[in-house]
Design a protein around this ligand. Structure first.
Ligand SMILES: NC(=O)c1ccc[n+]([C@@H]2O[C@H](COP(=O)([O-])OP(=O)(O)OC[C@H]3O[C@@H](n4cnc5c(N)ncnc54)[C@H](OP(=O)(O)O)[C@@H]3O)[C@@H](O)[C@H]2O)c1
Length: 304
């Protein structure tokens, strides 16, 4: 159980226990905004958190009567789960997500929906926001379907397509750091591309889109892309460890069938730059933000 739902909420973070939701709520609160969050983790009452499970029928949801801005960040984010259980994940990520967005908009909210570069086919770099939706995997297909559903809200909703967001606790990088520090080799994929932004950058973009209250699609992407092998080399350089410990392989050679293996990961982020003064950062900035000062060695850290 949680406390009673306030009638009026200025900022609602749907999915406050997720990586991005937690960081967004902290950023809004630090800027003086009163934040309410939703969580499916029901237990002891938590101030400012109301229960909401997207797997439940919408008539069970209890929402504030008036909402200023709602960031819709909750959903099943594990690509394998979307592939293996498309029915229940589709209910959460598409049908109920769109139903929730409609309820939020009916309560007066401007809705900011987090989508992904995986709604696009990655056939060329810096894919424009108005490219046809051609998702490569089940997760991307669900996000694309949700985007389509949100179009009925017109200017009451903005879609923010995020490329990979590198949070400081990103498991893969943490594991590489541990292995490289211990002198163990790492085997990153050279055929999987990403155009990463830092968690702080992605959160700033979400905040500015929420403040601007203009509908349509925004794309949040690094200016250039890297492979996971490039990323691991970047980690090794910053730690000033033997670069020979990075032994790239491919997903194909490893026998791993990925849900989506787009050729390119960058998206055209010019709307974010022009309308909201956030130019796309270099991908290395996201990596820098992931390493602690004592992981970055003096003399390490020069790219290319
Ligand atoms: N991180 C990225 O690189 C990235 C890139 C592109 C797009 N995005 C999108 O950005 C959004 C936030 O991503 P994230 O990285 O913060 O994901 P995350 O850490 O996996 O957070 C997702 C949140 O959704 C909640 N959730 C899952 N199923 C739910 C349900 N049935 N009802 C209510 N809540 C449910 C989870 O709850 P629990 O905490 O209880 O598990 C979790 O808090 C997602 O929509 C994701 O698709 C993220």
């Amino acid at each position: 159980m949680t406390g009673p739902v306030s009638d009026t909420v200025d900022a609602l973070v749907v999915g406050i226990d997720g990586v991005i939701g937690r960081a967004l709520a902290a950023r809004l609160a630090a800027g003086g905004t009163a934040v309410t969050g939703t969580s499916r983790r029901v237990g002891a009452p938590r101030a400012g958190v109301i229960p909401l499970d997207l797997a439940e029928p919408p008539d069970r949801w209890v929402l504030p009567a008036r909402i200023g801005t709602a960031w819709l960040l909750a959903g099943v984010t594990a690509q394998a789960a979307c592939r293996t259980d498309p029915t229940s994940t589709g209910r959460i990520n598409v049908t109920h997500t769109v139903a929730l967005a409609q309820r939020l908009a009916a309560a007066g909210a401007f809705v900011v929906f987090a989508s992904t570069n995986l709604v696009l086919d990655g056939s060329r770099p810096r894919q424009p926001a108005d490219s046809p939706l051609r998702p490569l995997g089940a997760y991307g297909a669900q996000k694309a379907a949700a985007e389509e559903g949100l179009r009925t809200l017109a200017d009451a909703a903005a879609v923010v397509r995020l490329s990979k967001v590198l949070a400081p606790d990103f498991v893969l990088i943490r594991r590489w750091v541990e292995d490289l520090r211990a002198g163990r080799p790492v085997t990153p994929f050279s055929d999987l591309m990403l155009a990463p932004t830092s968690l702080d950058f992605a959160v700033e973009a979400l905040v500015r889109v929420g403040r601007a209250r203009r509908g349509g699609v925004y794309q949040v992407s690094a200016a250039d892309e890297l492979s996971y092998a490039d990323l691991a080399h970047g980690v090794a350089r910053r730690m000033a460890v033997d670069p020979g410990l990075v032994r790239p392989t491919t997903s194909v050679a490893s026998g791993i069938v990925l849900d989506a293996l787009p050729r390119h990961a960058t998206m055209d982020a010019s709307r974010l730059e022009q309308d909201l003064s956030l130019p796309p950062p270099p991908p290395e900035a996201a990596l820098d933000a992931c390493l602690t000062p004592d992981e970055r060695q003096p003399g390490g850290g020069k790219d290319g």
